[in-house]
Design a protein around this ligand. Structure first.
Ligand SMILES: [Zn+2]
Ligand SMILES: [Zn+2]
Length: 363
């Protein structure tokens, strides 16, 4: 086959803006699939790739939350066929390493970190890195077959895309990591696509109180639509405010969806004695969280991270897809903007200003 070219959103160097570039696709190899992206979400982790929070290598194709259609399969591919509708998985499980063997495929040790260089896509003849091994803010991706999860063809591409990061992460944090029980109180800090998914999953799990927190009043109606019982604008007095709403104890759970030391610390302080703090946000390497030795002991709290919803993506994504099709899981309120690839920089600006929920690129 002769050369395939496509457009993708690329950052050429640290501190430079993301721009649409013409990229050359490689011939696909054994075990790989080529997917035409039909919808891709703009996730906060993509913003973190360009605002200095994360320090990825460059040039870099942004994007990792997407769904599309398989258009070509390499030799020996058994998991997908041309025409399949698929969700992309940015943490594919090798099924061979210690973590996969011990039931923790979301921690698979073959993970790429923030960017990979292995799929052969080039920019001006030189290899280009792809965000989280995916690089989905582009017309096409070339990925290993274990990085696609088939979903029913009736599922809309834009909703399917959300299952690949925000919804899997948010739902899994509630069900698999925090294991929220009926009647409990849950504080959710940061109301982007992940945080709003946490709010909805916490209500669905039977939480009696879901207190949603963000930096501006602008997220109030989105939080309420997702099922929040309370909405609080973040302030210096957050823990006092949360205590006043939880019989002076603090919340049973706090789920932090920002990835900043200050909000992790706020989540910790607003949680009751013996409560659980779950960190979902991906933060910076040098942003240190301070906890005293005495408060760790005397508060008896648990502090945990939830990576990619602590879920087996191959099982969880098809299950979430069925829930959407059966009407048990409503995602429409999560998509506040349907945009083109060229509009992604403006979507990053909205995200930085704390506006809207998910912007989804429709291709
Ligand atoms: Zn994401
Ligand atoms: Zn593995």
């Amino acid at each position: 086959m002769s050369s395939h070219y496509m457009s993708g959103l690329v950052v050429r160097a640290e501190g430079t803006p993301a721009r649409i570039e013409e990229l050359r696709l490689p011939e696909i190899g054994p075990g790989q699939v080529r997917v035409r992206i039909r919808a891709a979400g703009v996730c906060h982790s993509d913003l973190s790739m360009i605002n200095g929070t994360l320090r990825p290598p460059h040039p870099l194709i942004l994007g990792h939350e997407a769904a599309g259609e398989v258009v070509e399969t390499g030799e020996h591919v058994t998991r997908a066929a041309v025409g399949d509708r698929v969700v992309l998985n940015w943490q594919p499980a090798c099924r061979n390493c210690w973590f996969c063997d011990h039931g923790e495929p979301w921690l698979c040790s073959t993970s790429h970190g923030v960017a990979a260089l292995e799929n052969g896509i080039t920019l001006d003849g030189a290899p280009v890195h792809v965000t989280l091994g995916v690089g989905a803010l582009a017309e096409q991706v070339v990925i290993p077959e274990n990085a696609v999860v088939r979903v029913p063809p009736e599922l809309d591409f834009d909703l399917a895309a959300l299952l690949g990061c925000a919804v899997l992460t948010g739902t899994g944090a509630v069900r698999n990591t925090a294991r929220v029980q009926p009647g409990e109180s849950v504080l959710v800090i940061g109301l982007g696509g992940v945080g709003l998914s946490v709010v909805a999953a916490a209500r669905a799990a039977g939480a009696a109180q879901v207190i949603a927190v963000d930096v501006t009043e602008a997220k109030k109606s989105l939080a309420e639509a997702a099922g929040a019982t309370d909405f609080v604008v973040s302030s210096e007095n957050l823990s006092k405010e949360i205590r006043s709403r939880t019989d002076k104890r603090g919340a049973d759970h706090a789920i932090e969806c920002v990835g900043r030391a200050s909000t992790i610390r706020a989540a910790w302080r607003a949680t009751r004695t013996g409560g659980q703090v779950t960190v979902v946000g991906m933060g910076a390497a040098d942003d240190m969280v301070q906890l005293s030795a005495l408060e760790i002991f005397s508060s008896a709290r648990t502090l945990r991270a939830s990576v990619y919803g602590q879920a087996d993506t191959d099982v969880a994504v098809p299950a979430l897809a069925r829930d959407v099709l059966d009407g048990k899981l409503t995602l429409d309120h999560l998509i506040t903007d349907r945009i083109r690839l060229a509009d992604v920089p403006a979507a990053f600006d909205r995200m930085a200003r704390g506006e809207g929920a998910r912007s989804v690129v429709v291709l």
